[in-house]
Every structure is written in structure tokens, then in C-alpha cells.
Design a protein around this ligand. Structure first.
Ligand code: SF4
Ligand code: SF4
Length: 365
């Protein structure tokens, strides 16, 4: 496996970024080892998350520096309660997720298919912000930390790592809000750069993850959460309670028992409320009594810090208007994003599919 650190430069214009964890696999594919999908891709293909493309055998992140949403708020809103309470964070997200949850509220950003497509076609006008510029915006906003959220940070890792390093250099802490479907190799890269992980534990039932999220298993997710804590990252967990899907007493108690046994009785657990969306639009909002019941079961399992949010679901954003708010007069917001490299030609089209549609045949290098 190669870690392509040496080839990474800090760009001053939009540029595709080689991903950190990639290796040559069977049949000419290149394998991505950022998340547990471990996609094997041929030239011109993109991964499940849609955020990575194979060009001539090298995997690139389409969304390096591409911002979908920004906001300033209390760290408690992430939700994180036991790390620097009372401080503010700049929350930032891009496009792409390693899951396809049936109740996701955030499809335009989390899946981001349209936005990532327009990047792959060389037509995007999304905001492009270098790590240095983002940290500057954070400092000017008066926050003490930066949180990577809204989209899944594991599929945006190159940017997350560069921003985290720059943030630490300026005394800011870093928060990573995730589904934890991430490889150990990626977690090792996060160690020392990410201070806080706020992770979902969506259920203890295999069928929930398989049916509602993606081809993930409970064990994979739990292993990553435990590993993150072993690496010295401050970990807090949250469970979005969905009526009829994961709100059974046995399931809730099993989540709490796992936290107690593996993260400790003092590990904070956040219980949030489901609101109907997407394929689960027919499911009602969680009754507040179910949230209170879940908290009761958590305390019964010995958890000392259980927090209930009747007004909060996922840490989602539904539009990218705040980007303009925090980056006023930002010229790059309105410029078409084409990679500054030349391997795909002047048109900036990055996927074979779109090259064919446009009647272009680029020579492979
Ligand atoms: S980060 Fe994307 S391309 Fe990489 S393994 Fe995960 S889904 Fe596949
Ligand atoms: S709910 Fe979270 S993990 Fe699931 S698809 Fe949406 S952003 Fe991804």
C-alpha cells in the first residue's frame, strides 16, 4: 500500500488530490483503503461514495477543498459535551458519504451526487477553499475548533488531514462527526490530528446496518469506534432513535451495554430524535417518551452521561447558503472548477462516462 504524502502539494487553484491510501489491486484495478468499502476501480470509474475517481491508475479525491456548507455554533450542537464545553466550532462539510441511509435528511450534501457529477464534468461552481483559507475563516469567526460534519469526513480525508494540521498549528481543536465505517489505516492517519470523534452507533442489529445504511456490519463500525478511543481520540457516541427500527428495549440496552463495556461508564451517549425523510418518510417522528425511555435504559446499563435531544436529529445541513455568509465576496464561488492539472485536457472532464457523452477520447498516460 502506498501513502501518497510525497506527491501532495498545497494547491493555490483547484486541483485533484491523490488519495492517501491506495494500492494496485487485481486485474489492473486500484483499490481505495479509506473506508471499509475498499472499492477496486478501473480508469474512469468512481467509488461508492462518488467522491473518488481513478484516472490512469491513480485515485483522486474530487472534492478536495470543495465546501458544501459552513456554520458557527456551540460544540454541544455536534453533539459533543465533554470536550471544551462552552467553546464554539466552525462546522464544515463537503459532498459524499460511504452510506446510503434510508432516513438521511441530507441527500444533496451527504450523497452529493449532483455536486460531485458537476466536478467530474468540469462544470462545478462550488466554493473552493484551501486549508489555510479555511483556518483563517475559523480564526476570523472567533471559534476555538473546526468540526468536519454534514458529509462523511472519511471520504474527504486528504482535506480533513491538511486542515487539521493547519488548525493545530493555530491552536484550534478538531472534531470529526462520522458513521465510523472507516479503515484502521485511515484511523491511524487521523491519530494526533483529530481531537474528537462523535460517532453514530445506529443499532446493534446486523440487519439494521444491512437494510438501512449500506453493506456495513455492526462489528466493523464498533471496532472502528473502539480503535479511535485506543488511539487517544476523545470519543462520544450518538444513536438516532427510529420508531419500529431500532427503538426496541433490547437493542437500546445492547447499545448502552457496549458503550459501557468498551468505552467506559463515563463515555457520553447522545440520544437524538428521528424525523421522517427520504425512503423513511412514512415513519413518524420519535415520540419524546421513547427518547426518555432510551435514556433510562442507558442509565440502567451504568452510563453516567446520557443526553436526550427532542429537537435534534443528524448533524445535517440542507443548503449551502452559509458558505457565502462566512466567505463574503469569495470570487471562487462563482468560477467554474476545473482541475489545474492537464491529464484530462482543457475541458476538465474527469470520468470516462462523461468523456463518451461529450464525444471526447483522452489519451491515457
Ligand atoms: S472512500 Fe469512497 S472510493 Fe474509497 S473505499 Fe470508501 S466508498 Fe470506495
Ligand atoms: S444519515 Fe449520515 S451516514 Fe447515513 S447517508 Fe446520511 S450522512 Fe451518510
Amino acid at each position: 500500500m502506498t501513502e501518497a504524502t510525497a506527491t501532495i502539494e498545497k494547491p493555490d487553484v483547484y486541483r485533484l488530490m491523490p488519495t492517501r491510501l491506495q494500492e494496485q489491486a487485481e486485474s489492473g484495478k486500484t483499490r481505495c483503503n479509506l473506508c471499509l468499502w475498499r472499492c477496486g476501480l478501473h480508469h474512469g470509474q468512481r467509488g461508492f461514495c462518488q467522491a473518488h475517481v481513478n484516472r490512469n491508475g491513480t485515485l483522486y479525491n474530487l472534492s478536495y477543498g470543495i465546501i458544501s456548507a459552513m456554520d458557527v455554533g456551540a460544540i454541544e450542537e455536534k453533539p459533543v459535551r465533554h470536550y471544551r464545553p462552552g467553546t464554539k466550532v466552525l462546522s464544515v462539510g463537503s459532498y459524499g458519504c460511504s452510506f446510503r441511509c434510508g432516513g438521511c435528511h441530507n441527500l444533496e450534501i451527504s450523497w452529493g451526487t449532483e455536486a460531485l457529477d458537476s466536478l467530474a464534468r468540469g462544470e462545478s461552481r462550488a466554493a473552493f477553499v484551501t486549508p489555510e483559507q479555511l483556518v483563517q475563516a475559523a480564526l476570523e469567526s472567533g471559534v476555538e475548533g473546526i468540526a468536519f460534519t454534514y458529509s462523511e469526513p472519511a471520504v474527504w480525508l486528504e482535506y480533513v488531514l491538511d486542515v487539521a494540521e493547519e488548525a493545530h498549528n493555530h491552536g484550534l481543536y478538531t472534531v470529526y462527526v462520522s458513521n465510523s465505517f472507516v479503515t484502521e489505516e485511515a484511523l491511524a492517519l487521523l491519530s494526533g490530528r483529530i481531537d474528537v470523534l462523535c460517532s453514530d452507533i445506529k443499532s446493534m442489529e446486523e440487519k439494521f446496518y444491512r437494510n438501512i445504511c449500506a453493506m456495513a456490519s455492526v462489528d466493523q463500525v464498533l471496532h472502528s469506534i473502539k480503535k479511535a478511543q485506543e488511539l487517544g481520540i476523545h470519543v462520544e457516541t450518538r444513536t438516532n432513535i427510529i420508531p419500529g427500527y431500532n427503538d426496541q428495549d433490547e437493542n437500546i440496552s445492547a447499545v448502552a451495554a457496549w458503550i459501557h463495556q468498551n468505552l467506559g461508564s463515563d463515555s457520553p451517549w447522545h440520544v437524538t430524535r428521528f424525523h421522517p425523510a427520504y425512503r423513511m418518510a412514512h415513519v413518524p417522528s420519535t415520540p419524546v417518551e421513547r427518547l426518555e425511555r432510551a435514556a433510562h435504559l442507558g442509565r440502567e446499563q451504568g452510563l453516567q452521561h446520557v443526553y436526550v435531544y427532542a429537537d435534534k436529529g443528524c448533524d445535517c445541513a440542507t443548503e449551502n447558503a452559509p458558505v457565502q455568509h462566512y466567505l463574503p465576496d469569495w470570487a471562487s464561488l462563482h468560477e467554474v472548477k476545473k482541475c489545474a492539472d492537464t491529464c484530462c485536457g482543457d475541458d476538465g472532464i474527469l470520468l470516462s462516462r462523461y468523456e463518451r457523452e461529450a464525444g471526447i477520447a483522452h489519451e491515457r498516460r
